[in-house]
Design a protein around this ligand. Structure first.
Ligand SMILES: [Zn+2]
Length: 395
């Protein structure tokens, strides 16, 4: 019998733990135990070392499961009696004061929660989801944001509640590719107040600022970051060029409802030409025969991106773009003209791409991370909890 308890002690591997008895149930393993230790503990009142103690009560503590069984330690807690009159409960280094789970159990649950909702984890480990949530927050070390080393800032928005026009703002360190912070609102006054709160000196350090075409971001940027080059994220304006082709093919379909060549074109036109299958090439070829202007616009779309892909000098790239625009204007297509207007309105900031090629990859990657987290939080509606969760899994 004795050796069986020793095996349990070896499995638990908690220093100085002595097991008194074990109740092996179908789904739970109840382990009655105590820490055998003659060391004194420090009195919280007078800081003296106290060794006089008496057994007081049993504390139930969840530990890591063993072979599918939930492990509950029924740990004997002693009461210490200090000469100063203070009594205090024994404390342990494998479980935090007041917690009903060991530190390693907390770590494990925290890791499980990275990709699942608290509800799912709660069900898996047989714990109240609220306890799982609190436990996870306890594991987060909120780092102070070190603005001193942040020079290139990306900003993006994220629909926080589906169906609501409720956007939050993500700030990205474009050098470290990390989320700097999340802001609850995306309106101008809120963002201004946030950055003004950091102090002018911090804002003056920014060398680059990159956002989409959302007006407030672009108009605030020069005011907040006087020394920064302002960029328009390449990923965002590229979407508008795809829309030119898409809108035009939609119009063709509307106007020629019986023409089979115009059906199912959308993705074939958006795909990069080199990724098209032979049959897809045939399909778009047939559509081009019916509508030659669709081909012209499609070619315009495909010749614009490469200007940004090739390592041209600023002046050479601008020359190429001006040629492209002249050609685009010549086509007199409504949708293409709308794109050219948009481009001209943001020309300077789009072209800053050729000064130092700020990549939007980091921003988009983080956006995906947030989407993932959100999916698992069942559209968590409390912003502060959401922010905590993002920081918890982004360290
Ligand atoms: Zn004392």
């Amino acid at each position: 019998m004795h050796s069986e308890l020793e095996i349990y002690a070896a499995l638990l591997n908690i220093p100085k733990l002595e097991i008194e008895r074990v109740e092996l149930g179908k789904r739970a393993l109840n382990i009655y135990c105590k820490i055998v230790c003659f060391d004194s503990q420090t009195c919280p009142s007078c800081q003296k070392e106290v060794s006089k103690k008496t057994p007081k009560y049993r504390r139930e503590i969840r530990d890591l499961d063993i072979s599918g069984r939930k492990v509950v330690l029924h740990l004997l807690v002693h009461q210490y009696h200090c000469g100063c009159g203070r009594t205090f409960s024994e404390y342990f280094d494998f479980v935090s004061p007041g917690k009903s789970y060991t530190q390693r159990q907390a770590k494990w649950i925290f890791e499980m929660s990275a990709k699942q909702s608290y509800l799912q984890v709660g069900a898996l480990v047989d714990m109240n989801p609220k306890t799982v949530e609190r436990l996870c927050y306890g594991q987060v070390n909120f780092r102070a944001i070190d603005w001193g080393r942040i020079h290139r800032i990306g900003i993006d928005e994220f629909a926080f509640k589906k169906g609501h026009k409720d956007f939050i703002v993500i700030l990205i360190d474009l050098d470290a590719h990390e989320i700097i912070d999340l802001l609850q609102f995306r309106d101008k006054a809120f963002i201004r107040a946030y950055f003004k709160g950091l102090g002018d000196e911090t804002c003056a350090k920014a060398t680059d600022f990159c956002s989409d075409m959302w007006g407030p971001f672009q108009s605030l940027a020069p005011e907040l970051f006087p020394n920064a080059l302002i960029h328009i994220d390449r990923f965002h304006w590229t979407l508008h060029l795809n829309k030119v082709v898409d809108n035009f093919q939609k119009e063709l379909r509307r106007q020629n409802k019986d023409e089979p060549a115009f059906k199912g074109l959308k993705w074939k036109l958006i795909k990069r030409p080199e990724n098209l299958h032979e049959s897809e090439q045939k399909d778009i070829g047939a559509a081009f025969k019916c509508a030659p202007q669709l081909e012209e616009i499609y070619q315009m779309k495909n010749t614009f991106q490469p200007i940004f892909d090739i390592d041209f000098s600023y002046d050479f790239a601008v020359g190429q773009i001006n040629l492209w625009i002249a050609q685009a204007n010549g086509l007199k297509n409504k949708y293409l003209s709308q794109f050219v207007d948009l481009f001209e309105r943001h020309r300077a900031n789009i072209l800053n791409y050729f000064v130092n090629r700020i990549s939007s990859g980091a921003v988009e990657g983080k956006n995906n991370l947030l989407r993932t987290i959100k999916r698992f939080t069942f559209n968590m509606s409390n912003f502060q909890n959401f922010r905590r969760r993002v920081f918890a899994f982004n360290q």
